[in-house]
Design a protein around this ligand. Structure first.
Ligand SMILES: [Zn+2]
Length: 474
């Protein structure tokens, strides 16, 4: 074991009395087994000494919802595009157009993991399709990664009138589920101690109720979490109402797919949301009482003008939430800023959530969702997942409150060094276990290939599918 000491850190966010608190001028001592000491004047031995002057030392962030598969390829394509008939969402008509081929998947995953590490993420839950480099790259990144191979029984299809239809293929669903469980068998053999499987039926509307319930049974048999997209759009809620006469949360409650081991992706369109037709407000109580977790991903939905009504209302109801970046940008600190600002704007209440609330959601909230009380907080005995922030970065200064400087102004520009399980995996902003430059060399050509496939599918040019933000003149 290699003992590292961060000596005399100017500011530390440590865990005491069940909450994050600031400390000043402290030594943080850790090895691969975890944090050994936080406090002034460590006099024990150390293999590596790092100066903490001019640094904020904080726990690694926990991202409980992201997709490495093809989301990086969608950068710049659909930010101004949506389907008016489907509440303006781009998900069903446009996002599904872009698929990565096998060559692109590794580049997409490398870029996602690099960006996450650079924004202080030490744990992430990646919902994607398996490919040969998926597990190896996750291991080599040095992060803690929850690998969630998605599977489903139906695909979305839009009619000419832009109605959302479902092409069901239960045999294909069974095959996809069997392949996902094979992947999970392989993840269970991981020797790094940093990879964990998650059972991931993709969406509540693309899986039948008995299929979802069976997936949770299997997750529990394996001792794994289950994650599923639910209450993410009004198109989904409308479809569930048509099929079952009830919205996503009452449906999941009825079939027993709620609980502390369940993470619902997004959980936006609950019965209290102004867009839903319901005139009730029971869903938050059901989620809180069942201790079901919500992965809150504000940025991607805000781009299509939608979002959770009030993050503060969920917290006050006692619902456990974590933050997810979902799509691009994979910037956890920007996502936290969005979470605060979106919630204040949408609720119309500046006091709806505080910086401390959102920091707690992005750290211990996510850790609770993953069932890991040793993550997202710094105390002797916790995992050594640590982020060092440069207080001297121009975007951080002046530093009255380092967390506010980081979240509201600097974001990843001030993140310098990251350790996961006591090993340094980000050095001066660069991910040491990932070939980020190599992935960047691949990604432009990969996006061009994906656009060409979309053009062939639609039979017209990409510029007419989703025009650029500005007209291009010769
Ligand atoms: Zn998602």
């Amino acid at each position: 074991m290699t003992i590292t000491v961060i000596r005399r850190a100017e500011w530390v966010i440590r865990w005491e009395g069940g909450r994050h608190v600031y400390g000043r001028d402290m030594d943080i001592v850790f090895d691969e087994s975890g944090i050994l000491h936080i406090g002034p004047g460590w006099t024990g031995t150390a293999d590596t000494e790092v100066s903490g002057r001019g640094r904020l030392i904080m726990p690694g962030l926990v991202n409980i919802h992201c997709h490495s598969g093809d989301e990086p390829l969608a950068k710049g394509l659909f930010d101004d595009t949506g389907t008016p008939q489907l509440w303006g969402n781009a998900l069903y008509e446009f996002s599904t157009l872009i698929d990565s081929d096998d060559d692109a998947k590794s580049a997409c995953q490398t870029l996602m993991l690099s960006e996450l590490l650079a924004s202080g993420v030490t744990s992430c839950l990646d919902i994607a399709g398996d490919h040969p480099s998926w597990q190896p790259l996750a291991a080599e990144s040095g992060m803690r990664v929850w690998l969630a191979p998605g599977f489903r029984q139906a695909r979305w299809r839009l009619t000419e009138a832009k109605a959302l239809e479902y092409d069901w293929d239960e045999a294909a669903g069974n095959d996809a589920r069997a392949a996902a469980f094979q992947t999970l068998d392989r993840v269970a053999e991981d020797g790094t101690g940093r990879l964990t499987g998650v059972v991931a039926p993709s969406q509540i509307d693309t899986c039948k109720p008995d299929f979802l319930a069976a997936a949770l049974d299997e997750a529990r048999r394996r001792g794994l979490r289950l994650t599923v997209h639910a209450a993410q759009t009004m198109a989904e809620v409308t479809e569930l109402m048509r099929r079952h006469g009830k919205g996503p949360i009452p449906l999941l409650d009825e079939i027993g797919v709620l609980g502390p081991d369940v993470i619902l992706g997004h959980g936006i369109c609950l019965d209290h949301h102004p867009l839903t037709r319901d005139r009730t407000a029971n869903d938050l109580t059901v989620l809180a009482e069942s201790r079901t977790n919500i992965a809150h991903c504000p940025a991607t939905f805000a781009r299509s003008g939608q979002g959770m009504e009030s993050l503060g209302r969920y917290l006050r109801a006692g619902v456990n939430l974590g933050i997810g970046t979902d799509t691009i940008p994979f910037n956890m600190l920007e996502e936290m800023r969005e979470a605060i600002i979106q919630s204040r704007c949408r609720s119309g209440d500046f006091a709806d959530v505080t910086t401390a609330d959102v920091f707690t959601v992005a750290t211990t909230g996510g850790a609770t969702a993953l069932g890991r009380e040793d993550l997202g907080r710094l105390y002797p005995g916790a995992a050594a997942d640590i982020v060092s922030v440069d207080l001297g970065a121009p975007s951080m200064r002046p530093v009255h409150d380092p967390l506010r400087s980081l979240v509201f102004a600097a974001a990843e520009r001030a993140v310098r060094d990251v350790w996961v399980a006591g090993r340094q995996v980000l050095v001066d902003g660069r991910a040491t276990g990932l070939d980020t430059q190599g992935a960047l060399a691949e990604i432009d050509a990969a996006q061009s290939r994906a656009k060409r496939i979309a053009e062939n599918q639609r039979g017209h040019s990409f510029d007419s599918i989703a025009p650029r933000s500005l007209e291009t003149l010769a």
